[in-house]
Design a protein around this ligand. Sequence first.
Ligand SMILES: Nc1nc2c(c(=O)[nH]1)N[C@H]1C(S)=C(S)[C@@H](COP(=O)(O)OP(=O)(O)OC[C@H]3O[C@@H](n4cnc5c(=O)[nH]c(N)nc54)[C@H](O)[C@@H]3O)O[C@H]1N2
Ligand SMILES: Nc1nc2c(c(=O)[nH]1)N[C@H]1C(S)=C(S)[C@@H](COP(=O)(O)OP(=O)(O)OC[C@H]3O[C@@H](n4cnc5c(=O)[nH]c(N)nc54)[C@H](O)[C@@H]3O)O[C@H]1N2
Ligand code: SF4
Ligand SMILES: [Mo]
Length: 748
Amino acid sequence: MGTTRRQFIKISALGLGGATVAASSYGLGDSFLSVFDPVDKSHLVNANFKRYPTYCEVCFWKCAGWTYVDEDGEITKLIGNDNDPHCYGRLCPRGTGGVGMYQDEDRLKTPLIRTGEGDQQTFREATWEEAFDLIASKMKSVKENYGAETFALLKHGSSGKQFEHLFQAYGSDTVGEPAYAQCRGPRETGFALTFGSWVGSPEPTDIRDCKCMVLIGSHLGENMHNSQVQEMSDAIDKGISIITVDPRFSTVASKSKYWMPIKPSTDIALLLAWMNVIINEELYDKKYVEKYTYGLDELRKHVQQYTPEWAYGVTTLKPDLIRKTAREMAQAAPSVIIHPGRHVTWYGDDTQRERAMAILNALLGSWGRRGGFYFKEKLKLPKYPLPKYEHPKWTWKDLGSKYPLAQMGLTNEIINSSLPEYDGDYPVKAWFVSGTNLVAAIPNKAEIERAIDNLEFMVVVDTMPMDITGYADVVLPECTYLERYDDIRSATNREPSIALRMPAVPPKYNSKPSWWMAKQIGERLGLQEYFPYEDYAEVLDWQLKEIGSSLEEMKKIGVKNFPRKGRSLYLAEDEDYTFPTPSGKIELFSTRLEQLGFDPMPKYTAHPEPDQNFYRLIYGRAPMHTFSRTANNPNLVDLMPENTCWINPKVAKQWEIEPGEEIFLKNQIGKVSQFPIKVRVTERIRWDSIYMVHGFGHQEKALKNTFGKGVSDTEMISEVMIDPIMGGTGMRGNFVTFIKKENLTAEI
Ligand SMILES: Nc1nc2c(c(=O)[nH]1)N[C@H]1C(S)=C(S)[C@@H](COP(=O)(O)OP(=O)(O)OC[C@H]3O[C@@H](n4cnc5c(=O)[nH]c(N)nc54)[C@H](O)[C@@H]3O)O[C@H]1N2
Ligand SMILES: Nc1nc2c(c(=O)[nH]1)N[C@H]1C(S)=C(S)[C@@H](COP(=O)(O)OP(=O)(O)OC[C@H]3O[C@@H](n4cnc5c(=O)[nH]c(N)nc54)[C@H](O)[C@@H]3O)O[C@H]1N2
Ligand code: SF4
Ligand SMILES: [Mo]
């Protein structure tokens, strides 16, 4: 971006970093849980250690645990809290390695302010006062000149809450996070249209008592969401049959009764064929369907065209396999789960695919049944008494109104509204970014860069010098989750539970918690009445006392479980129940979609296929990393230092590519990967696709452990298919070809 107004600044160029930390390592075994912390932890803990409760921020499952600190005040260990329903006492390898976030010497150490013009731009170290004064003055001028609404908040994780409060007090509800439009948005809309309620997190999947689970591109076990993986592991021991639909032989595929190596992008065809079999063979739960659902006749008619023989032509899965697996599910019903998945923004028709999954669950009667989906419950924490927020003139809802069923702010629409050519009613002029590495999380970096370049002002709050920080005018270093208080975790589960996060050690360097930053900025904006506390601990103590606990108590126990107060976990035999949908029933046929001009029942539409010598780019998770955020973690980098490109042996042979060879990738519009990637030649991937783990290929040199390692999947995603119903960005319609290292110069 050499010639642009907001030049990208490499933090590495500033010489602010330190030396690399020696990394620890621990072994990985075959079973899912061999990488979790041990059940018996007595040998890990010295009696002189002090322990402080926390909940993990390495991913958003929010497992509760203990931070152990030794006599010298050093963190020695992170261990799961035995009473926590999110982790059942055991942290996953990323959670155990979370201490690396604290120890990482590449951390952001002090506030930074952009100075200089044109190609001479750089960051200078600044005091917190200077940084806050600048931010407050810009927030004031943006509000005066354009309205507070034009200052957008892009966030993810716990810190986002603090800034959301600041922004609402300031007058902006222009908020978005990649965990919606780049993640679970379509499933929440698809399930809400069908059952009337979101799936939510943690998913209310009753895996513990499930007899048959269908995983459609949901790779539990690599996707390490803790209690789900533990429950699945137990269920496997108890003989659950798993049906894995994945073009890749995932870890869970290896534990499955059926692996269905579907042609990518054709899942709706399979789902419709399953419905065809289940309805025509009368395998559905007749009582349940009659009592609770709406639209069976329409659905019956609709799915007649989608026979297993038809689906074979589309999906490459044999009709016999489709029938057998349909019967397998029906036999286990209602203790069956068609798992909704989580990262589901794939092909732009994702809400409809999720609808198909929801409908299949409904036919099998699994919603509200033991071993299917339970009715979740959570404890509503009382709100700390604060003045009401101002009403903004417009909000994220207006900004995303092109997509009628968007239920949260759309990051991609915030980006559109920030572009120079935007001439709509909801222009965005400035960004406040916290806890999200947008350039790694949202495809089409060139567009994000154009948007950023057009901003009047941009703040980034992060713990690490991640790629996004280089675009900021002000960078604020947050201390890690082990060094701060945050909101009480109160999540939905079988039984309500709460968990406390408190500092185990003081913040390293000149880093600070987000609640303090929000308060400081708020006070400079004249919003002190919204921040009437000296320490966030006061807020937590007040809230805890309102529910009969206290900070004192929670410091000792970390997690508190409460009995259910609402309805029971499952529907009783013949129970009358009104679903919160327009018809009060589970909507096999969606009247809402029909009114809005969308297909009321899911249809299959074909998606583009790779040209000759191109392969579909698919991606996913690795057990020891979370997105791009852990790539530099000194504890985790050893376990998996880079991603690899999975290529089928047939393809490798055709290209004369050797295992371990480093190649560059080029996508359908000629974009060549910044770095090379090592090849893994394996039968575990279909010949028409290649696979890589998301979160590598970092371009910021200040990330010393990970700079230049592997390829960023996001970088190769130029084609985005937007879901017309809720605005999610489908990212799996991209195709890549290979460039041998020796041919690189000739190719670009
Ligand atoms: N190509 C591609 N894109 C994807 C995905 C994919 O698989 N492939 N996955 C999608 C999904 S499912 C999701 S949920 C999103 C996730 O997208 P993001 O939430 O943007 O995920 P990360 O890349 O981990 O970025 C998190 C940022 O938060 C910072 N951080 C960590 N801890 C803290 C903290 O305590 N405070 C603050 N202030 N910052 C902190 C990290 O250093 C990092 O810069 O990405 C989506 N985008
Ligand atoms: N270790 C770890 N665990 C995590 C995370 C992490 O970063 N690290 N992130 C968490 C978050 S925020 C999320 S959203 C979840 C995401 O996890 P999931 O929702 O489980 O998974 P996805 O990333 O959508 O799916 C990846 C799988 O889809 C397969 N796939 C690709 N294309 C297709 C297709 O067309 N059809 C089918 N049927 N399958 C296909 C891939 O081969 C891969 O196995 O993971 C969570 N858990
Ligand atoms: S699943 Fe692992 S990384 Fe995620 S919150 Fe739990 S322990 Fe942390
Ligand atoms: Mo996600």
